[in-house]
Design a protein around this ligand. Structure first.
Ligand code: GLU
Length: 309
């Protein structure tokens, strides 16, 4: 893929970087706490195969919650929407991503959507395979194809750091198991989930994945279909309604682009029919979104009228 540095984009990055000081890097997963708070980079991938970037786009990040939309796509392909949505809902929630509160108050108990941790754990549970390694490999293969990068793997240190501190996610799993939404060994599920979250790539990869969603499941550069259009549509809808944590409503109003963020500071965005965007900016706002990444997207959306609404 031909990718070149873009001066205008670089100027936007320079401007957006100013807000990095108002946020913090995530440190509840200890290995993420070492990220450089001032980093900010962006890549944009177009259907004709060209790509523009600004900042250090070779720098790697872990997917964290961005992995949730990709595992959802894969599980939807494998199981079909009916089987998946029997176990996880379609409704947004105003709660933080790792909240346990609604699991208890919902009757019958069922995670509200696949983007909060409870729902994502159910989705990861649905990845079939004989072992954690085989299930992870299946997801990695899917992601490598989406990003068109066969070198993508996971960061063992970040995975272990989360595995060792995942008590809240473990409690969600025990609750889900009690309510028959999952029926596997919880250490295995946490092992798979933390490795899934620790899958490591860069902005270019994220932009290419965003492009596939933007083009309704087809990689326009290779011409290959990565997922049926109906599944890309479901994923993009979740990105709009719950992709940016409990700031998704404000993001839809101000920016209006389907996007998914992660606590590593990554954002994958899909401008329907136009292009894919990958951003890395580890300084997070209070809701857990990349603070400078959002500033950058807001600027781009306004300047180029990218809102789909
Ligand atoms: N691995 C993270 C967790 O489950 C993902 C969180 C996120 O990026 O929102 O806590």
């Amino acid at each position: 893929m031909f990718c070149r540095k873009n001066e205008e984009l670089q100027a936007f990055v320079y401007e957006a970087k100013k807000v990095t000081k108002d946020g913090n890097v995530a440190d509840y997963i200890p290995a993420l706490g070492r990220a450089n708070v001032e980093d900010l980079s962006i890549a944009i991938s177009y259907p004709d195969g060209h790509c523009v970037f600004a900042g250090d786009i070779i720098e790697k990040m872990t997917l964290q919650s961005i992995s949730k939309i990709i595992s959802l796509a894969m599980v939807l392909i494998e199981n079909g929407p009916d089987a998946v949505f029997e176990k996880v809902g379609m409704e947004p929630t105003g709660d933080p991503f790792n909240s346990i509160a609604r699991l208890e108050s919902m009757v019958p108990s069922k995670p509200l959507n696949p983007m909060i941790n409870a729902g994502a754990l159910v989705v990861t549970h649905l990845i079939s395979g004989e072992s954690v390694a085989a299930r992870l490999e299946k997801l990695l293969k899917f992601i490598r194809k989406m990003a068109n990068n066969s070198a993508i793997s996971f960061n063992e240190e970040v995975a272990k750091s989360e595995y060792d501190t995942a008590d809240l996610n473990r409690s969600l799993c025990y609750f889900l198991k009690q309510h028959h939404l999952i029926d596997e060994n919880i250490d295995d599920l946490i092992d798979l989930y933390t490795k899934q979250c620790a899958i490591e790539l860069n902005c270019l990869d994220l932009a290419r994945i965003g492009l596939v969603f933007a083009m309704n499941g087809v990689d326009p550069i290779t011409g290959e279909e990565r997922m049926p259009p109906s599944i890309a549509k479901i994923c993009k809808t979740f990105m709009v309604t719950c992709g940016m944590y409990n700031a998704s409503g404000e993001f839809a109003i101000k920016i209006g682009i389907p996007a998914k963020s992660g606590v590593s500071g990554g954002i994958m965005a899909a401008v329907p029919g136009k292009f894919g965007i990958g951003i890395y900016g580890p300084s997070l706002d209070k809701k857990g979104n990349s603070i400078a990444g959002i500033a950058l997207l807001e600027h781009l959306s306004k300047k180029y009228q990218l809102s789909m609404f």
